[in-house]
Design a binder for this molecule. Structure first.
Ligand SMILES: O=C([O-])CC(=O)C(=O)O
Ligand SMILES: [Mg+2]
Length: 391
């Protein structure tokens, strides 16, 4: 068997929402298809991937470096030793040939996007949903049959008032979510506190509401917010300071008793390890949000999970960023604490399979081999446009 083509295109992921640091009016993502000569049900197996959200499309790096390396490799260099399936670990070595360590830039996103498509193909070739394959290979066959998910939204957008925020969060609860996340840091502290109060009226109490500052604050402002948030007993306070400011995280953790969440902008096991070594985070309460797609893919994420175990952290503290089905499978297969969900934003990439209702904050995974992109009707045209006429 061999990989016959690796296709990529840029898709729009834009909307008028903004968090405290960026708006998403120009946001894009790369869609990737890994085409193989393996035939299942009369069709060649194709794996699909996209680059999560929050980082722009990676077309240049994909076209100039990553894809040519894969296509130039001997077929066997990308396969398992018994030659029956693709080996994402070997593929990662090929994709990262002649790349220096550290300073990850955006290549980690490009590699992670292809990695998603490779794992989709691997699971389809094996005839299994990805989460079951992962559980069998890496988690003593202990898959979670349902995964905790929370509804991320609560963005700022033009004309949106507190009532608009309340209506949005109410829709999430009506869909079956039991917790929501909203943005802070894009308004004054006073206005944010009024927004949070309005949100709490809908969700009931702080246990059902997380807030996300998107790394907007310096340490002093983060501490001011921490003091104001402390009495609310929130689910978590996310990215209070810059992702690489480990001492800043430690200062906030020392002052704020409630759970902190962070990690979506750390893009390698080595960066995650620095956070664990120096960020003052607490294994009994804090949440780690490393996104497997933004950070070199599942191959690297497995290294990160190993590192966390060495540092004495349970995998249940991990709730990945990105609201994609890939991380949902990883959460179910590897026994993570849950996964983010974007029920309304970042469409058509946000959200899970069309027929997967949320019940009391949990979602079950479809039985289809692979990741299940095919079960999200509005998403598939993004990939179909990529492969049309090529297979
Ligand atoms: O607004 C964003 O960039 C997304 C984000 O932080 C999240 O999902 O936690
Ligand atoms: Mg965030």
């Amino acid at each position: 068997m061999r990989i016959t083509q690796v296709l990529e295109r840029t898709a729009a992921m834009k909307s008028s929402i903004r968090n405290s640091v960026i708006d998403f009016s120009q946001m894009t993502t790369s869609c990737v298809a890994v085409v193989t000569d393996v035939v299942r049900d009369g069709q060649p197996v194709i794996g699909y991937g996209f680059n999560s959200n929050g980082r722009y499309a990676q077309g240049g790096i994909l076209r100039e470096r990553i894809i040519p390396r894969l296509l130039a490799a001997d077929a066997e260099a990308l396969l398992t030793d018994d030659q029956t399936n693709i080996c994402p670990f070997k593929a990662q070595q090929v994709m990262l040939a002649n790349e220096k360590p550290g300073g990850h830039g955006e290549r980690c996103v490009a590699v992670g996007t292809v990695d998603m498509a490779l794992w989709d193909a691997v699971a389809k070739i094996a005839g299994q949903p990805l989460y079951r394959l992962l559980a069998e290979r890496y988690n003593n066959s202990q898959a979670d049959e349902r995964v905790y998910v929370y509804a991320a939204g609560g963005y700022y957008y033009p004309g949106k008032d507190r009532r608009g925020l309340q209506e949005e969060l109410r829709r999430y609860l009506d869909m079956g979510y039991d917790a929501c996340k909203m943005k802070i840091g894009g308004a004054t502290l006073d206005e944010d506190l009024r927004r949070i109060e309005a949100a709490l009226e809908v969700v009931g109490n702080g246990k059902h509401l997380a807030v996300d500052a998107n790394a907007r604050f310096d340490v002093e402002t983060a501490l001011q917010y921490a003091a104001a948030l402390a009495p609310l007993g929130l689910k978590w306070y996310e990215e209070p300071v810059g992702p690489l400011d480990y001492a800043g995280h430690a200062a906030v953790a020392a002052a704020y008793e409630g759970p902190l969440a962070t990690g979506e902008n750390l893009f390698s096991m080595a960066d995650a390890r620095n956070l664990m070594r120096h960020g003052g985070l607490r294994p009994d309460r804090d949440i780690l949000q490393f996104d497997p797609v933004l950070s070199y893919g599942l191959v690297e994420y497995l290294r990160t999970l190993e590192m966390l175990a060495e540092q004495g952290w349970s995998r249940r503290r991990c709730i990945p960023h990105g609201g994609h089905q890939f991380a949902l499978h990883i959460a179910a297969g590897m026994g993570l604490g849950g996964n983010e969900s974007y029920p309304e934003v970042f469409q058509p990439f946000g959200g899970f399979a069309d027929d997967s209702p949320i019940e009391n904050g949990y979602v079950t995974l479809p039985d289809l081999p692979g990741i299940g992109m095919e079960l999200k009707a509005e998403l598939m045209p993004e990939f179909a446009a990529l492969v049309a006429g090529t297979v």
